[in-house]
Design a protein around this ligand. Sequence first.
Ligand SMILES: [Zn+2]
Length: 588
Amino acid sequence: MLTDESLKGHDAELVQKLYALVSDWDYRDAQGTEPAKPYMNAIRDIDSLDELYDYMCSEDNLMQLYPFTMNVDADPVDSSVYVMYVDPAGLILGTEEEYRDRTEVGDLFYDEAKQIAEYMLVRLGYGEEEASEMFENSIAYETLLAEAIPSDKHERGKKTGAEDCYTFGEFVEMSEGFPVDRILEAAGLSGGDTICVSTPEYFAALKDVYTEENVPLIKDWLAVKTASELTDLLDKETSKTVAKIYGAMSGIDSEGNEDLIVLGTVAGYLPIPMDNLYIRQYCTEQQREDIAGIVEEVRQYYREMFENEVDWLSAGTRKAAIEKLDNMHVNVVYPDELEDWSELDFAGPDEGGSLLEASKAIRRFKAERKAGLLGTEADVYKWNQSELPASSVNAAYSGYNNTINIQAGVLIGEIYNEEMSFEQKMSGIGMIIGHEISHAFDTNGAEYDKDGHRNNWWTDEDYAAFQDRVAKLVAWYDGFVPMEGLEYSGDHVKTEAIADMTSMKCLLYIAKQTEGFDYDAFFRQYAKLWRDQSTPEVVREAILTDVHPAHYLRINATLAQFDDFLNFYGITEGDGMYIAPEDRVAVW
Ligand SMILES: [Zn+2]
């Protein structure tokens, strides 16, 4: 896709033009870090709060850095129209709690960001000590922002409601003393009437953070963030050294594969054109029919399983669960309508273009695209290709619209190919599909109804029984020690553990209804799904940050819950994988 000249159309032109810029290392090396200098100088020249605001609203603000994010999404009340959402900007340490009480997760993010920032700042001409101080100042500035985020107001990940909607005037008023109106205008996003604000306290507090006194801290933050985002836009030495730093953090001594670095850069800046090319090149209508067929098969058995094998719920709650299952929207392989980036253009190598300027044009285009959606008609069921590219190796469930996405990229390796046997398909793609459906019934999914609204569809008694079962699962996972010296948290992995076990239960239900089912082929294929080879550094990071159980637990802990598995291999009391029936923890 990067080099095949037979590919035609605007998407191919964009991809191949950017590829030419990214892969022209001679030109990039000749330019060195020069393209970044004017932008770093613009930050250096800021001398007052007024100049800081001017900078933030100007083209010099290369990475569009503001203390808050602006997104356009369906109105939480009237979901047929797009409105704006503003939220506190992402923080270096991940969450605001990390600035109050730092954990090992915060340490991990701190070390990573510090290494990259310091290297990049020195590369861009700052002194070593200076760079280190600038990074500390960035953390100090973010600590002030973090203090302004109320920790108890909103549980993370919950949907915004009617109570969070404000008019533009109300938003400006709550942020008095900080020019949100100027920033929205500069970002091209001042057109909407409704603004969803999850944390008004944060916006009220910005004027206390943005003071003349704090300008030096904020300048250093701008420099750190800008420099850290430039890693893939400069010369080869920068690119290789950054790859080496990331490699070392993962326990790998490597400069990275040059082709993969180039591919990653092109795909990172042009996700939609790349995705469109991938879909046109590699996806077929037949694949969609096949995968949609497997989804319906799994859904049918899932329904029966709820009816026949969930005896701890009242008939009413079970009926509501089945309604939710029936109403689930399904997106498979690729979207009906591809996202259109035909309005985007930038100068290629023949037109005197540079990679950095191309990246700027792309960023501006994305912002304008977002602005163009404001006030227009929204379709909550529309496949969001930016968030869920068809080509990514992924599948997802979204509680907000009760939708599962099974993307084309996941139809690979041990997960799916047309030649697989029924059993192999079931433990590969069948497992993935069952897993995503199950998220509708994990601890998050339980709070959203069949239309994706935050409504209670449980009786009090049933919900209490559900939570009891979840508590048992959490306590059981707490007991694992995948890595010495690291606490393992059942609470952290519970939604994914529930999804794995529920999916396995459904698949074993299908197996039971299938004559001559080859259990050995099924279980072996399942074990291949999550097998991998990792360094201790990668495992450690996954335990700290990944909400999925450790890979070996996704296989072993899941299978050991079921008699079908234990009996098939003759696993009994005294064997390592044996769990007594009363100690088993599958929630569903
Ligand atoms: Zn999942």
